[in-house]
Design a binder for this molecule. Structure first.
Ligand code: KG4
Length: 338
């Protein structure tokens, strides 16, 4: 009999629901919240309220697009953390309520596991998926990690940021350039037209596989401060070169540690995941790195890089197959590592 999983994601500012049958994606609906734009960042209370408004129509649409009746579901997967507690509470409570009403089990999903396992979402039965073990460069708005993935439930963090995440480096530098939130996609767009060698920013010297991005941020700010003294329109006149140089530096920092991790572990497969893996420069750098060394690269479709319920559904699918269910007294958590 088929295993049909409804996935629900509500960890930050996207309400999403997806349906997966035997590992194959049937629907993935994402409602992004516009209310935060004018505040230059996500406002937690507004996010929870928007989730409450969105969750019923989003789940309903996902089931309809999949052509699945809710009674046919095998289980309901939901993001239990990490994320904003109020936002997580909406998805968690909805999943519990639906589970009680339908008498179907619930499966809790770690959002970061979801990002890593997004490579196992198949559009068709014979789509290629990674073989274990592989390394995943997990780069999102809140996390930057290098994860050794031995199995869907056996992951080891080899290195992680000791301060800002890669997405924060993009977003904070974009903010001082006056770009809208989140700044990452704007930097990506501007960088395509800029000279990446024009500006040199500081790079960290952190031992091992850990990352740091706060020095780069400070060096970016100092460059702007000095140049603005000479020319008040400096940012406007040089934004493409600034974006391209910033993006190049972030990619160099990421690739340096990824290369170390690959050499240390000897793995032959590299995957990327999280919002920053939508970045054109990051995608190209990882693809070129792997093809130059005969490694297999898994670069996710852009829709699976930022928050989406398809990755929650696939992570829940594997836990379901293992009989790992969630109790009703389990509550969301704000912070956790993979
Ligand atoms: O994974 P995600 O949706 O949220 C977390 O779970 O943290 O990632 C959001 C992050 C933001 O920092 C955003 O600026 C960044 O991903 N991002 C990008 C791009 N698209 C999204 N950064 C650089 N280039 C992009 N194209």
């Amino acid at each position: 009999m088929s295993v049909i999983i409804l996935g629900i994601e509500s960890s930050c500012d996207d309400t999403s629901a997806a349906v997966i049958r035997d590992g194959v994606l049937l629907s993935n609906v994402i409602a992004s919240q516009q209310v935060h734009a004018e505040f230059g960042g996500v406002v937690p209370e507004l996010a929870s309220r928007a989730h409450q408004q969105n969750i019923v129509p989003v789940v309903d649409t996902a089931l309809k697009r999949a052509g699945v009746a809710k009674e046919d579901l095998s289980a309901i997967g939901f993001t239990r953390g990490p994320g904003l507690l109020g936002s997580l509470l909406v998805g968690t409570s909805f999943a519990k309520g639906l589970s009680l009403g339908l008498r179907k089990p619930i499966v809790d999903v770690n959002h970061l596991h979801g990002h890593v396992l997004s490579h196992f979402i198949r559009r068709k039965e014979d789509d290629d998926v990674p073989e274990y073990p592989f390394i995943c460069l997990l780069v999102s708005g809140g996390n930057s990690q290098i994860v050794l993935v031995r199995n869907y439930n056996d992951m080891e963090i080899l290195g992680q940021t000791i301060d800002d995440a890669a997405g924060e480096a993009f977003d904070k530098c974009a903010k001082v350039m006056g770009l809208p939130y989140p700044g990452g996609p704007h930097i990506d767009r501007l960088a395509a037209e800029g000279d990446a060698s024009r500006f040199k920013f500081a790079k960290p010297h952190i031992p091992g596989l850990d990352y740091s991005f706060s020095g780069l941020k400070t060096s970016f700010l100092y460059t702007l401060r000095d140049c603005l003294k000479e020319d008040k329109d400096f940012i406007e006149n040089n934004k493409a070169d600034l974006a391209a140089s910033l993006q190049r530096t972030i990619i160099e920092i990421l690739m340096d540690k990824l290369d170390k991790a690959v050499r240390q572990t000897g793995v032959r497969t590299v995957a990327i995941g999280g919002g920053v893996s939508a970045n054109s420069g990051v995608r190209d750098a990882v693809a070129a790195y792997c093809s130059g060394r005969g490694l297999k690269a898994f670069i996710p479709e852009r829709v699976f890089t930022t928050d989406n319920a398809a990755m929650v559904a696939i992570a829940a699918y594997y836990k379901y197959l293992d009989g790992q269910f969630c109790r009703y007294d389990e509550v969301p958590y704000a912070r956790v590592t993979v």
